[in-house]
Design a protein around this ligand. Structure first.
Ligand code: ZN
Length: 190
């Protein structure tokens, strides 16, 4: 069975714990919803921060809500090179090998220690979709996309959660490598 899957692209962003949010924006700060994200129950907040170190700086980096237990910054490998840091390519939530980065908000600036990762390319699936297409949480598959810069993405990890819908999730570096703008169809290769 041929399984086609729609591409969604994530730009750099960060998730914050309440303690770090309070330091950056003031005590008991609550994130304002800018827009809801398509499927994760998460939202892009109005609030942004700057990421910095002595080599490079990124302004207006979007916070994704709601708050989490641990702060986590997701950037591309291109951005990591500019910062001269070497974060691990990890599944979201896994901070093993994460790098450190300066973060600045309206109230304070400080170093987020071991918080920066490059998100591992993945597909989202609901439990029903996973059953239907015989996908298992944590399984590695490949996804092929066509077009002038068509290529096959290997080591795509399957993530199954009730609020997920079938989609192929990559970052802006990966999208640019394949000439994708989001919404293109890929083919799952198991
Ligand atoms: Zn994220």
């Amino acid at each position: 069975m041929k399984l086609r899957i729609k591409t969604e692209i994530s730009a750099r962003h960060l998730h914050l714990c309440q303690k770090d949010l309070d330091r950056l924006f003031g005590p008991s700060h609550r994130l304002k919803v800018r827009n809801k994200l398509s499927q994760t129950g998460e939202f892009a907040a109005e609030e942004t921060v700057s990421l910095y170190n002595k080599h490079f700086r990124l302004e207006n980096v979007r916070i994704i809500g709601p708050i989490r237990k641990a702060s986590q910054v997701e950037i591309t490998l291109t951005e990591a090179r500019r910062f001269k840091i070497n974060p691990s390519v990890n599944v979201s939530g896994d901070l093993k090998g994460a790098a450190s980065i300066g973060v600045k908000g309206p109230k304070d600036r400080f170093v987020l220690k071991k918080a920066v990762i490059v998100a591992m390319r993945h597909i989202h699936a609901s439990p029903a979709e996973a059953r239907r297409y015989r996908l298992k949480n944590g399984q590695l598959i490949s996804v092929r996309v066509g077009g002038r810069r068509g290529l096959t993405f290997e080591n795509v990890i399957v993530r199954v959660r009730p609020n997920f819908r079938l989609s192929f999730q990559i970052d802006t570096d990966e999208a640019n490598a394949a000439g994708l703008l989001g919404g293109e169809w890929g083919e799952v290769i198991i």
